[in-house]
Design a protein around this ligand. Structure first.
Ligand SMILES: [Zn+2]
Length: 395
């Protein structure tokens, strides 16, 4: 199918800085690896420059107060002094909008860089809706955690490395075109911002698979969070205990995601493809390899073929040598290209030789631990079936 990879070096020109795990290098290296494979040479594979988002685009999801605050903080205003902004990357003013130096710090030019990611998602959405591509991959986005500021929503806004919620903006835009949207989020963190945005509507189905929020960020995403009013049953969560391996993960995915997405019959499939489920990810403890990750992306591709349109986002993933390989493999699935397993010379000369797929796997703990991971997910699936049997047919 025709595929669009939404990319510009604007997307990685600035970032949270030195020690922060969300390194812009992840994006640069992903583009370089795909380019080294010649992934954009095929006539059906398009390298597309995003349009920056305008203020009105950001207002599709965010409040004017928040958008203006991000602009001010980005210019270095709102902190007690420039010195303090640089030292702590956020004063009391920044704190009010969810920015914290130890998690989501303010950085100069943040409004432009993070706005560009929103523009990239909207560019991808337009390409799929206008029919120029069946799939668009906004790999720099997937910032699924930022909440809006409606009454009853949590007041903290920027959250979990996310400034603007590019996913929620793009889904809002798609919904405004009258389209039904199924959203599947495989980032290891719960997609709480997107879930909250569409919690009360049945026009958008949100499904999030993630490490359970037991002593893990953001502490939400349990099966009980099913949506409200007309949206009841269209918010689905599948949490996993630490050490869940890819065999169990794939089994659970297949129990829940394909049957629900097929019944929902979306006009467009939107996915967040965070790769922090990888066993070597420094922030989380699920045990997937690149093979398990690709198997999930292939499942999503089959669902996207049913919908006819697929808007894919990147997301988390903090092992710098894993992310470029995983997203290269994902774009291969999207665009129907198979890349040779040995990393191409143009890439390996710069970053060292290696293989596209993992050559090793995780060391799993004792059997009783693995048994607990299985029992936990079986219980969650039983709960979902019992509490949504009026909404879904579970076969
Ligand atoms: Zn994540």
């Amino acid at each position: 199918m025709e595929a669009a990879f939404i990319c510009s070096d604007e997307l990685w020109s600035r970032g949270f800085g030195g020690g922060h795990p969300l390194k812009p290098e992840r994006l640069k290296r992903t583009y370089e690896l795909l380019a080294a494979y010649g992934a954009f040479d095929a006539p059906s594979s398009h390298l597309v420059a995003p349009r920056p988002a305008g203020r009105e685009d950001l207002l599709l999801f965010h409040t004017a107060e928040y958008v203006d605050a991000v602009a001010r903080l980005s210019r270095g205003e709102g902190a007690p002094s420039e010195w303090r902004l640089l030292k702590e990357k956020g004063g009391p003013q920044a704190h009010r909008y969810g920015f914290r130096s130890d998690e989501t710090p303010v950085f100069p030019g943040m409004y432009e860089t993070e706005g560009f990611k929103v523009g990239a998602g909207l560019t991808g959405a337009r390409w799929t809706v206008e029919g120029q591509a069946r799939v668009a991959f906004s790999f720099a986005g997937g910032l699924h955690r930022t909440h809006d500021q409606r009454p009853h929503a949590r007041p903290a806004l920027a959250s979990g490395f996310c400034v603007f919620n590019d996913v929620a903006v793009a889904i809002r835009w798609l919904a405004h075109q009258g389209l039904r949207v199924a959203y599947v989020d495989i980032d290891v963190h719960h997609g709480d911002g997107v879930q909250a945005a569409f919690y009360d509507t049945d026009q958008v189905l949100t499904i999030s698979l993630h490490q359970a929020g037991i002593l893990f960020y953001p502490g939400t995403g349990f099966p009980e969070e099913l949506g409200t009013g007309a949206g009841y049953g269209t918010s689905i969560n599948l949490p996993f205990l630490i050490y869940t391996d890819e065999e169990l993960y794939l089994w659970a995915f297949r129990q829940v995601v394909p049957p629900l997405v097929r019944q929902f019959a979306p006009d467009v499939l939107v996915t967040q493809l965070g790769v922090d489920t990888h066993y070597r990810d420094p922030l989380a403890r699920l045990m997937l390899t690149t093979r398990g990750y690709v198997a999930v992306v292939e499942e999503l591709k089959a669902l996207a073929e049913g919908a006819g349109r697929w808007l894919a986002f990147g997301g988390g993933g903090y092992a710098v040598d894993v992310v470029p390989r995983a997203w290269t493999l994902a774009y291969g699935v999207m665009s129907g290209q198979a890349f040779q397993d040995e990393l191409p010379p143009a890439y390996s000369e710069r970053y060292g030789p290696g293989r596209l797929h993992d050559t090793e796997g995780p060391e799993l703990p004792e059997d009783w631990v693995m048994e607990e991971t299985r029992k936990y997910v079986e219980k969650s699936i039983a709960f979902l079936k019992a509490h949504t049997r009026d909404v879904w047919e579970w076969g």
